[in-house]
Design a protein around this ligand. Structure first.
Ligand code: NAP
Length: 314
């Protein structure tokens, strides 16, 4: 295991690779048992470049795991009615086990009715109201990939959560809120912080486990972190200014070289170089939670497929 000082670096890329090969083994077992490959369909509305990149990388990962994959594309001016009809068809299609609606949708479309149109058994992003309810009721369902990836990383790193104080900064439906439910399940005492939280530092400094899912570059500095805490960084930011690289990573030759090579570097919500020396364990950006998100989406789709084919997936 890599370390920075006393801090273990929690390697999300390595775990993602393990999970992806476990998923491929699961697909092989499905086929050996007379089943069919899992089928994943992505709905992409408009031509948002980042969304197209995300859908492309999920498609490649799905195909590498042995899934059938389909991307259903719509123009940005598509009506809700058209989108609902496409979702109804995918809901009815027996060869499709998972349906993703790539977010964000154009402003003209309401996200909630579209997400709630999905068959909850095919909602592999875990964003349908029924799956949200099941999560909070501790019932089996399909739950968002990023928070289940975080819990998988903590579990497989043998980081005990029972009785620990967990503080999550960010209360989105995608990350903060579902993660709170999952950490409660693991017997942590959970606090959710947000933009109206007063004296954020005094709350985060209580945390044995601190999760940053804020969307603010390097917001979490060393003064936010208790000595010996475990820190999970969900944020993803692309830095394109050399002055920013020097401010955040002074004297860090590897980051500087990456910047020279690519014209940018990726960093998180945590000021990694200053925070890592205070931690017992920390996730890097890149190579932490990002790769786990795609791996857990594949795991969700395999689970949905196993359940729909009556071949496990409890
Ligand atoms: P989001 O929907 O924008 O939510 C951000 C949350 O942070 C909100 O709850 C907001 O509070 C809170 N917040 C904003 N500024 C704050 C401040 N100064 N102090 C305290 N709280 C503050 O973001 P998200 O979708 O959860 O994503 C968060 C970050 O994770 C982004 O950088 C995103 O790119 C990244 N992300 C990464 C992955 C991955 O695979 N690694 C997956 C999803 C997201 P309010 O609720 O009060 O507005």
């Amino acid at each position: 295991m890599n370390r920075v000082g006393d801090a273990k670096i929690l390697d999300g890329s390595a775990l993602a690779k393990t999970i992806r090969s476990e998923v491929a083994e699961g697909v092989a077992r499905l086929l050996a048992g007379g089943g069919r490959p899992p089928g994943l369909a992505a709905i992409l509305v408009g031509d948002h470049p980042a969304s197209a990149i995300y859908v492309g990388s999920k498609a490649r990962a799905a195909e590498a795991a042995g899934f059938n994959h389909r991307t259903v594309r719509f123009d940005a001016d598509t009506s809700e009615r058209e989108l609902e009809r496409a979702i109804d068809e995918l809901n009815e299609d027996d060869a499709i086990d998972g349906i993703l609606v790539q977010l964000p949708l154009p402003d003209s479309l309401r996200m909630r009715p579209i997400l709630d149109r999905l068959d909850p058994a095919k909602d592999v992003d875990g964003l349908h109201a029924v799956n949200t309810g099941r999560l909070w009721l501790s019932q089996p369902g399909l739950f968002p990939a990023t928070p289940i990836g975080i819990v998988e990383l903590l579990d497989r790193s043998q980081l005990e959560l029972e009785g620990k104080r967990a503080v999550i900064v960010g209360r989105s439906h995608l990350v903060g809120k579902p993660l709170a439910a999952l950490l409660l399940e693991r017997q942590a005492t959970v606090t959710l912080c947000h933009s109206r939280t007063r004296d954020l530092q005094s709350v985060t400094r209580e945390a044995d486990l601190l999760v940053a899912a804020v969307g603010k570059l390097a917001l979490i500095g060393p003064d936010f972190v208790k000595q010996g805490a475990v820190v999970i960084d969900v944020g993803i930011h692309r830095i394109t200014e050399v002055s920013e690289v020097e401010r955040l990573f002074p004297g860090n030759a590897a980051r500087r070289a990456a910047f020279e090579r690519n014209g940018s570097v990726v960093a998180g919500d945590v000021d990694f170089d200053r925070v890592a020396p205070r931690c017992s364990a920390i996730t890097p950006v890149p190579g932490g939670i990002g790769p786990l998100t795609v791996a857990m989406l594949l795991a969700n789709t395999l689970t949905a497929s196993q359940r729909r084919q009556g071949k496990g997936g409890e």
